[in-house]
Structure formats: C-alpha cells, structure tokens
Design a protein around this ligand. Structure first.
Ligand SMILES: [Zn+2]
Length: 418
C-alpha cells in the first residue's frame, strides 16, 4: 500500500470519468489525501499553477483510467458456485465469515471498489473493510433478506418444520411482521434493505413467477427504511406480478427483473426505479452435477425469460445499475457484467456508467463516488486497452492493472506505482 501524503498524478491515459462526457485521449487524474483533486486533459493541468509540493507523476500510457466500479448486488457469504443452502447453514458462523475475506479481496482486485451485499454479510464485514482489517470493496450491507414464509428467503425443504437460517433469510408475514423484521435488520446495522418480492431459483418451495411480499407489506418496509436515514430497499423480483408489487410498493431497485414488461417499465420510468439485471448470474449455467434438479430446471427456464425481456427494458431507457449476484455467480468476475449489458443493447459507455455513476446514484453515494471529479473519493481503476472498443477487456481481472480506493493502491500488476 502507498501512503496518502505525496499527491499522485496519473497521466497519459484514456480518461473515462464516468460522467458520460467524451473520453479524453491524453487524460490525467490528480489524487491527494484520498480524494480526486482534478481530472481532465493533461495539457489543461500543465497550464495551471503548479502545486506547492512535489507531485509524483505516473505514466499510464496504453491504458484507460476509470472510476472504481460499483457492484450493487453481491453475496460475500455465498461460495460463488452451485449453492447448497444446507451446507452453508451447517457451517459454523465464524467459518462463513473467514471464507468471505478472500472473496472480498477478489472483488476488489476485479476493479470493484464499492459493493452492496444483499444478504448474508452483517455489519462486521463493512467495519472490517472500513477499519483496514481486511482488503475489500467499501461495503453496504443488507444483513439478511426479508422474505415471506415459503418465499425466496425460506430455504427449508417442504417437510422441514425447523427454524429457517436467519443469516440467509429473515421470515416475516403481514404488515406487522414486516415492520418488526425491517426494524430488526436496521437495528443490526443494515445500510439498505433486501426483500423477496417473488420466489426464486434456489429456494426449494416456490417459483420465480410466484409473488413474495405483497404491495402493502412492501410499502411498510420501504416507509420504515426511508424513515431511517433514507435507507433504500432492493427487491429480489423475477416474475412480472412481483416486479409490479415491488415498484408500486416504492422500492429503489428491482433486482433481476427477468420478466419485466411494459407496464412495469412505464412505472419504473415514472418513478425513477432502477433495474439491476444481474446478467452475470442469469447467464451462468448451473452445474448439473451439483445443482438440485428442480433448481437446474428453474434456472434454464428463467434464463430464457431474461433474454427476452431485459433487452426491451434497456431499449426503453429504464435506469440500469450494475449488479452481478456474485456469490451465486463466481466471485471476482464482476466486470463481465459490462459485456452482458452491452449484449442487451447498452453502449459500452452506457454500461460503464451503469457500473459507476448510475450505481452510485442507486446507492445514494453520488456525491462521493461514481465519477472522477474534483472532491470525490479517489476510487479508480486503470485497465489495459480501450473498453469503448472492447468492453470484454474489463471483465478480465488480469487486465485491471491498478486498483485504488480512497487514494490507497490495493493492486498494481504493472508496477506503475513502484
Ligand atoms: Zn442475490
């Protein structure tokens, strides 16, 4: 890690600052005290009066400078392969946490400097990163997904009368039950709230087309979350009826949204609701050796649904923020989401913005992160090549050569800073 004292000027790179403005061919970013002091064309900086002290100049020729990416949907507690909730539930709680540490590092190394964990990671994960104990992306945590009985957060088999694993899902029913459940995750330090508005692939007793929480339950959760520091609600919602319940109930984002239709799109456009299509997991084939037969069949069916519906939502201009569902998909592959977004019709610049400025908007952090502008946190990545001509390059962690968070270098494959 590098100290924060000497200002660093990254220059001679293609600068994509996340604002959506034209890329700058010979761009530069000046970083000081963990913040971006200036970003723009190198020659404009050279024309300015020089800073008082020495500035370390780092030539990033042949590479692109971008804001640190933001993944709005991860699960650090999940292994990133075929899921067995029974296996996860059987683990000692401490082992689950230890296993999350290398996943957090992989995520940061992939170029993700902020991530929203939508179930399974408690506030200690966030604090471990904040305090410098563990390297990882800045975390916002939902603690546990709230779900109705038999919904997507209920991982008990049909004949199981025991308690649900509260780390994976907190069960609540009715407006009164939902009030209590949301207050409980807020008490535990949740930065955001995750709810099950439909069934899902990996829950054993429901279908992705089934409704989860109903509109009145969702509304009470969004109102209580809003009353706690304006916290936002993310809805796991795959089938169309649940997507509509979620949007009408006032959620900030529809996660997955595989069966999104024009009725939902109209409402989302009107309300500014984000879609986080998690195409990385949608496009990951489950391992037929490891996945239960019922989960495999659901996954294949809903993959096809997503491929029909998500491009239409993109074409109609629904706000999209990048989220991968890594934890279900393999950890550290986060920026492959960008190429999936492009395959759904976004421009490479649009996909990059979904993973930076737009994601920051969804997380309520646009004043701090998401673009390379003076005063923002110095979260940035330097990648080989030009992602505007080849978006797939960003999806390869070996192409993401430099990762800086709050001005601190966590990865430097090309030895640029040495
Ligand atoms: Zn998820």
């Amino acid at each position: 890690m590098t100290g924060r004292s000497t200002p660093v000027l990254l220059h001679n790179g293609l600068l994509i600052d996340g604002t959506g403005g034209e890329p700058v061919a010979d761009g530069a970013v000046l970083v000081e005290d963990g913040l971006v002091r200036w970003a723009g064309p190198s020659d404009e900086l050279d024309a300015r009066p020089q800073a008082a002290g020495p500035v370390r100049r780092v030539d990033v020729r042949g590479r692109t400078i971008l804001p640190g990416f933001i993944d709005c949907h991860v699960h650090m507690a999940a292994p990133g392969g075929a899921l067995s909730h029974a296996e996860i539930a059987a683990m000692p709680a401490s082992l689950r946490v230890f296993l999350a540490a290398p996943r957090m590092k992989l995520t940061l190394d992939a170029g993700v400097t902020t991530a929203r964990d939508l179930g399974g990671a408690d506030a200690g994960h966030r604090e471990a990163v904040e305090s410098g104990l563990l390297p990882g992306p800045r975390l916002l945590v939902a603690v546990a997904m709230l779900s109705p009985t038999g919904g997507h957060g209920d991982f008990r088999a049909a004949h199981d009368d025991g308690a649900n694993d509260p780390v994976m899902g907190q069960l609540a029913d009715g407006v009164t039950g939902c009030r209590r459940a949301v207050r409980e995750v807020l008490r535990q330090g949740a930065d955001c709230v995750k709810i099950a508005a439909t069934g899902g692939v990996w829950s054993p007793t429901d279908q992705p087309g089934d409704e989860g929480f109903l509109e009145d339950e969702i509304r009470t959760i969004t109102e209580i979350a809003a009353g706690h520091g304006g916290r936002k609600v993310a809805a796991h919602a795959q089938g169309r009826r649940g997507i509509l319940n979620a949007v009408r109930g006032g959620v900030a984002s529809v996660e997955h949204g595989y069966e999104i239709d024009d009725e939902a799109i109209d409402l989302m456009l009107e309300r500014g609701t984000f879609l986080v299509p998690t195409l990385t997991t949608a496009n990951t084939d489950p391992d037929p050796q490891k996945a239960a037969g019922w989960a495999y069949a659901k996954k294949k069916h809903w993959q096809a649904v997503a491929r029909r519906h998500v491009p239409h939502a993109v074409a109609r201009g629904v706000r999209v923020a990048m989220g991968t569902d890594c934890g279900i998909a393999e950890h550290g592959t986060n920026l492959r989401e960008l190429e999936h977004l492009v395959a759904c019709g976004m421009t490479p610049m649009g996909a990059i913005r979904a993973g930076t400025a737009e994601a920051a908007e969804l997380l309520g952090l646009a004043h701090e992160i998401g673009t390379l502008e003076a005063g923002k946190r110095a979260d940035l990545v330097v990648a080989r090549g030009n992602p505007l001509t080849d978006i797939t390059a960003l999806g390869r962690p070996d192409h993401v050569v430099l990762v800086m968070k709050d001005g601190v270098v966590f990865k430097d494959l090309d030895g640029l800073m040495t």
